[in-house]
Design a protein around this ligand. Sequence first.
Ligand code: PLP
Length: 390
Amino acid sequence: MQPLIYLDNNATTRPAPEVIEAMMPYFTESWGNPSSMHAFGGNVARPVAQARESVAAFLGAERPEEILFEGCATEADNHAIFGVTSAWGQPGTIITSRVEHPAVLGPCLRLKEQGHNVIEIGVNAEGLFDLEAYAAALEATPGPKLVSVMWANNETGVIFPIQRIAELGKAAGATVHTDAVQAAGKLPIDLRSVPVDLLTIAGHKMHAPKGIGVLYVRRGTRMKPFVLGGHQERGRRGGTENVPYIIGMAKACELASTALTDGSEKQIAQLRDKLEAGLLATCPDSRVNGCRTNRVPNTLNISFEYIEGESVLYHLSDRGICASSGSACAAGSLEPSHVIRAMGVPFTAVHGSIRFSLSRYTTEAEIDSTLRHVPEVVAEMRALSPFVKH
Ligand code: PLP
């Protein structure tokens, strides 16, 4: 059987062997509950405290107590949005973008149903955030405000100007949250210079396993707990700490710090650019979705006009190449993704969009192999397409 080629790293990443190695003792030997007063508790409470420090250092947080460990990024996004708005005690305004992940759009929809004012800021044809509309929305809305805007888009990789978004939001008295799930490990994050109040990251998008997320909460941010229970996380998130995964998250952050400085991310960008240039050259009527000069280094979203992305994926999968149709969440649905639609991608291309997302484990041989297979599949599909003149 041919080896599989994994190009779906924005959906999830391979857990790094170093991460698994760091986690193992916390399954086999140090399996205590960090809240216990006896030695079993102490044996894990100290490593959890160190892990909190590592994650704080990775993000440039001032204090380890600003780091909350949660079950996943979806929980962290829900916590940020419901936590802040439930502390208001009155209806207010939530400003978000039209291209957020459902982990943000879902809570916003619920808040709208409950009487809050939700404003979704649009993007242009390149997927870039409309800063002017955002500034106008901030100015036009009295009362309490929450901004929740992603740092980088999961489907196109397009980066939003989060520093400016945060500065404008803070100047208007808003609490500012960013979903940085697709930025973490791909772009430097430094909370000393980016004045957001809340930030979400996910372990499994940066080579830790699934089952761990982080919510950064800047000191002084007013919010209520979302998961009610024990006194864990200083009463801000109930539930016994998931010790092995917390240790794994910290290790993944350490590895990501190194990858951001040792040239690994540049290498990923070079491979992505090779894939992009090769596909544009060999597949006529293809177009890149999203601003090519303002993207995270690992992501390529490309449309092959006149054909269905889903069928291309299916045939690529047969050849051992694993990619995605933009949004993993939209997979299985025939609706084009809300991100691609928000960018106004033409009808002929909207259904043919495919996301290739690389990681530091992607090799040049894998990209070369992909470059051989994709044009063949696209040509085969086009030969069958009713939209192509034969
Ligand atoms: N936010 C973004 C930008 C994402 O890409 C994802 C996952 O794809 C999530 C949130 C949710 O992450 P999880 O499913 O791990 O909770």
